[in-house]
Design a binder for this molecule. Sequence first.
Ligand SMILES: *Cc1c(COP(=O)(O)O)cnc(C)c1O
Length: 969
Amino acid sequence: MPPSLAPRPRPPLRRRSTPHPPPGYSQTRALATAKAPSSLFSPLDTFPDRHIGPDDKEMAGMLSKLGYDSMDAFVADAVPDKIRSSTTAVSDESIPALSESELFRRAKELGRANKPFKSYIGMGYHNAVVPPVVLRNVMESPAWYTPYTPYQPEIAQGRLESLVNFQTMVMSLTSMDIANASLLDEATAAAEGMVMAFTGSHGKKRTFFADRGVSPQTIAVLRTRAKGFGINLVVGDALQDLGDKKDLCGVLVQYPDVNGEVKDFSGLAESVHASGALLVCATDLLALTMLKPPGEWGADIVLGNSARFGVPAGYGGPHAAFFACTDKLKRKMPGRLIGLTREQHIRREKATSNICTSQALLANMAAMYAVYHGPVNLQRIAQKVHGLTQVVRTAVEGFGYKSVNAQFFDTLTIDVSGVASSADAVHEAAVKSGINLRKIDDSTVAVEDVVALTNVFASAASKPTLSIADLAAPESLAIPEALRRTSKFLPHPVFNTHHSETEMMRYIYHLQSKDLGLVHAMIPLGSCTMKLNSTSSMMPVTFPEFSAVHPFAPKDQVKGYLEMIKELEDDLCKITGFAGCSLQPNSGAAGEYAGLSVIKADICLIPVSAHGTNPASAVMAGLKVVAIKTHNDGNLDLEDLREKAEKHKDNLAAFMITYPSTFGVFEHGVQDACKIIHDNGGQVYLDGANLNAQVGLTNPAICGGDVCHMNLHKTFAIPHGGGGPGVGPICVAEHLASFLPSHPLIATGGQKAIDAVAAAPFGSASILLISWAYIKMLGGTGLADSSKAALLNANYMAHRLKGHYTLRYKNGKGRVAHELLIDLAEFDKAAGLKVMDFAKRLQDYGFHPPTCSWPISTCMLIEPTESETLEEVLRCYDSDPQGGGDIITGKQPKDNNLLKNAPHPLSWNRPYSRETAAYPMPWLRERKFWPTVSRIDDAYGDTNLIVSKPVLCIERGTHSSRSSVTAPP
Ligand SMILES: *Cc1c(COP(=O)(O)O)cnc(C)c1O
């Protein structure tokens, strides 16, 4: 047995018998130790004290254990001199700190500068009614918004069930065979559909045809994506001018189309199929309760935006796109899929899609909307919307206008010529009434609204206004027989049970009780930065002044939003040291894709240790990937880099680098590496997922980068939502600023802008408020202090784990960055214990396991973040799964032991006692999180197929009845 594997005596603090508080530290992390106010007039509700876990005294204790007498001395050892800067623009002068109540007032003030008009603009965005029970208990509940992506299925059964509901709902409404658990937005979903059609033809057919009735923002995003793949995108009338189909790989139609017309595409489907191409259809879930679903008339792929099911417009997002396809295409489907097995989403340079973070929280909200309303109520809502639209048509035609649509669901195109002086005159009359015109809309349209709307047309036609009594209910539908839905939908019990608020509330709570989030414990996922998502920064998101704003509202109605956006862009530029910013991308991976798209050329150099989304994004942006070696310690092989940069210098586009590296290393050679690339004519793309170690101490510009993306849902405190939403803005140096992405409807981006990368001009605008608030409340000093505390927590944990686990990397001064990589290979060799056994055992301790098997298969990557107190860091440290020693010395059998059997739910059939399994530490008696199921076989879930219903236990990638839910004894 190697000496390091002998059961080791633990230092006294480790085996402390009184866990609360750790010896020597006061239990209450009290305001007594927070900074004293400088005067009677200074605020007491300052945010850094709430955000940063350890207080000054605890930090002094940790520093002294590491051998430092000051934070500065520690930081000097952790961060290389060469890149450390006292001159970053992150200071109290450039970013003054607001207290929590000051931030609240400032957000209210900005909100008042927005005018949330009644919107009839449509184009995929609606004034959705969020059921209050879902708003308060899901959207505003940390139990739903703080968990991570459900990679650990045993402690994620609640949201996995809800995501299965989402998929089931989409499959049923679209009548398709299979659906995924959300994509970023409708436009990128359409782009994924296009790429599926293209790769389905094995790249042999390069023409993709988009119908003119498709929303312009969708076409803009298709255009961007088509470039990367070399697809020839043609826009025209799909029913008229499809032309020669020899090179056709697919056709995209919209149903109902952007002007409200409902067309019969069944003939088109036949002729498209006859040519061997695919028919892709963008649609509206509410309309499908009344319209014949695309699956019944021949669509191969059906997609759209589910926000209409109770997700606020939020000036563009976030919301969940849905994506469904036929059984034949399921193995090519992008994104995360619960309930079926197929290759996982990221396939490095072989990828055709780079979806990692998606929109879990918003998919859950949409699913809950369907659960709450059920098929009957959903159809009633649709019928009301449709009926009111007809009422408006009749009234407006009474004023002499012509309604252009013959068949429609909820959108009318009104020809105003000859009646009003111009369309502008009607718009002006509408704006005076607080109405933005484009369309009439879902259940928020009360009769009063219809009256106001019709009277806009009355006044523009100089006709007397009408009252409710003058409006007549329609006698028939404006949908032809052949396009009406006759098939049943949502017959499943879950959509037909929880219709009272009591039942709904209990269902929501029942599901959330199975999931572990930050409400329970630290989630030390390396590279994912699961820090505090403060209530003070979350609150403005659901202020109606922000949530009820349409993304294509005129700019003079969104002054508050634009001011907040400008401030956030400026602050992100200060933090990164760059000149320009685009907030459009809806995830880190989408940011990578946007950032690479502003650089043009051919070859992209990527270290083998990079996150899987890096090569995937590069391929999508049309780049060829060349891998760069790394040394054993995680450092780049600079010689290999130089050789390959020189070899490809004629068409070198970019070098992608994560900094600190994915090993948790501040590489000393980062500037040298960037110089090699610049000398050979390339640009440096810095993956900013690890910016939490940099903010206020250094920045991507100092390191030598030209572009970076940031994960606002990591470093800048947007919650992970159980798997999304995310925001992945990019910042770029001066010379690239003019290429930042544009938008077809709202002016954004630079002079030489690339096409849009997302449907909305500022992406998921409403949640930008969270990062804006986070930065404003920390202020310059607080931001830098957070980075320092993150470094300290990680280094302290590394120090405590030393001697028990092999730390894979530390720098010359013995320090790690904001995360640490431990290698468990020795345990496998000695006793067959795998990384996953340790991870599952950690669940018994009530923790979410760290990032497993990445970037090295035998390792765990641990990131405590600055938000965790010393007590929590120690609690987690104490939870390194003991028992490994017993197994090595034979005290426990190798195949039936505490680690192999973990996690341990409430039920019992093990050879050791429940006490030993469930309460390895005394504090667990008071604070125990019970996994609701026993170990789920990940590998099985990845390679075997579904049992569709009933859902007993949902595996990663699979829900099957094999592992049963264990009932409490
Ligand atoms: C999280 C992460 C990404 C991807 O971000 P998503 O928002 O999940 O798309 C990319 N690179 C690194 C290093 C990351 O940690």
